[in-house]
Design a protein around this ligand. Structure first.
Ligand SMILES: [Fe+2]
Ligand SMILES: [Fe+2]
Length: 144
């Protein structure tokens, strides 16, 4: 955590065996850090709800594409534990969609901030370290 990387520093993203998956994770963290900076600005009494909504929507779209790509690669290359990994994506995306809807209903930066600063980084690091890590070891035989 720093002013530049209020949610997660790039160095704290676990590195895995497929470069294109690492690239996606770095892009995602950059989007979340942008959102985090806007939430800190709101906490300092200078909220910009439109910008927060846009940053959140952009992050959600990126996550949808991120999970779709991983799911597709696992299916294309016959990764045996596909259902377990895909299920974790489904439940994470359900949570994220709930948080997104909550923001658009209530515009509560504390509620969104609790997810962005506390819940999400823990989930993300654990997911990349476990599911994505094992998946990338398998996929590295087929993709870069
Ligand atoms: Fe991933
Ligand atoms: Fe994943």
């Amino acid at each position: 955590m720093s002013e530049q990387h209020p949610v997660l520093a790039p160095a704290d993203i676990p590195s895995i065996a497929v470069g294109s998956m690492n690239d996606t994770h770095h892009q995602e963290v950059a989007l979340v850090n942008t959102l985090g900076a806007l939430l800190l600005q709101a906490r300092d009494g200078n909220p910009d709800p439109d910008a927060i909504g846009r940053a959140l929507d952009e992050w959600v779209s990126h996550t949808e594409a991120h999970f779709e790509r991983e799911n597709r690669l696992m299916q294309e290359h016959g990764f045996p534990p596909y259902p377990v990994h895909a299920q974790e994506h489904t439940s994470a995306l359900d949570n994220l969609h709930r948080i997104q809807a909550g923001w658009h209903d209530r515009h509560d930066p504390d509620e969104l901030g609790d997810y962005v600063f506390n819940t999400w980084p823990q989930w993300f690091q654990m997911h990349v370290n476990s599911m994505d890590n094992v998946t990338a070891q398998f996929l590295s035989n087929f993709v870069d």
